[in-house]
Design a protein around this ligand. Structure first.
Ligand SMILES: C[S@@+](CC[C@H](N)C(=O)[O-])C[C@H]1O[C@@H](n2cnc3c(N)ncnc32)[C@H](O)[C@@H]1O
Length: 278
């Protein structure tokens, strides 16, 4: 029988050969998942524990799928986002750590919660649901064009007991919403179409509808910042590709927004735009 440590070591080597990034971290997460441990660090207390065939069977399947490029988050079925657990599967983009930074930046800009909040392109619902949880008095709306992404977002709302706090709407950009919002957040597709084929095999498992931003990546963001003016009296917060920061800041100024700021992600690249309208 193989021990926990032996499985971690042999699978790390296998993952490294198969081109899996952070091989040791990946097998630690998968093994902790199969053993029902809430924290992978718990494995460190059980390095000598022998693993039974009943445990190794499901692990082998997950290891094979990970080596073939299935994202870790899809195999685990969940992802952590600002301290909450969200379901994650191929119906919507896997939430990224940068988007946690966006949520933190938005929260820090409102000493008092805004009355109405809108998340455009909600995907798995992480932004709308995080803001709803942090701002219990706010009325939160979320839009996505994808029916399957919205189904996942609604499952996440139920799992977090936030289903009465967020109204989900299917449609394009601002078409399905009415009224005025004091906070409008959007992490819309921003990958230039020609760059999608070069993305990692894991990112290619995200829905193309969540990635494809047209020729220069701004096909959805530019119309959003124009149409948002009808619905916004407050903060617009955008996650964007770093090459788009400067041209979109110009577009915001031309559209009459003020207090425009370009802000950076963990890699010091400008990935967020904030602006005020109304
Ligand atoms: C980059 S993903 C972001 C998902 C989520 N907000 C997040 O941060 O993880 C972009 C989302 O925008 C949605 N989308 C694409 N085109 C759209 C449109 N015209 N109107 C509304 N949503 C759209 C996609 O279905 C996808 O869920």
């Amino acid at each position: 029988m193989k021990s926990v440590l032996e499985v971690l070591q042999s699978t790390s080597a296998y993952f490294a050969k198969a081109g899996v990034e952070s091989p040791r971290l990946n097998i630690e997460h998968l093994l902790a998942h199969v053993l029902g441990k809430s924290k992978r660090m718990d494995l460190y207390l059980e390095f000598d524990r022998p693993l039974s065939e009943r445990e190794l069977g499901p692990l082998r399947d997950l290891v094979r799928r990970r080596a073939q490029g299935e994202p870790l988050q899809h195999l685990l079925g969940t992802v952590e986002f600002l301290g909450r657990t969200f379901r994650s599967d191929p119906r919507a983009l896997i939430p990224r750590p940068e988007t946690e930074l966006l949520a933190e930046k938005i929260l820090s800009r409102f000493p008092q919660p805004p009355a109405r909040v809108l998340d455009v392109g909600t995907g798995s619902g992480i932004l709308a649901l995080t803001l709803a949880a942090q701002w219990p008095e706010a009325e939160v709306h979320a839009v996505d064009i994808s029916e399957s992404a919205l189904a996942l977002a609604k499952e996440n709302a139920l799992a977090l007991n936030l289903e009465s706090r967020v109204s989900f709407h299917q449609g394009s950009l601002l078409e399905p919403v009415t009224g005025v919002f004091q906070c409008l957040v959007a992490n819309l597709p921003y990958v230039p179409a020609g760059e999608i084929a070069a993305l990692s095999r894991e990112v290619q498992r995200d829905p193309v509808l969540a990635l494809d931003g047209g020729p220069d990546g701004t096909d959805l963001i530019r119309p959003l910042l124009l149409s948002a003016r009808v619905h916004l009296q407050g903060l617009l917060a955008l996650e964007i590709g770093h090459a788009q920061s400067a041209p979109l800041a110009v577009a915001l100024a031309e559209a009459g927004y003020r207090e425009i700021s370009q802000e950076s992600d963990y890699n010091n690249r400008n990935r967020f735009l904030f602006a005020v309208y109304g």
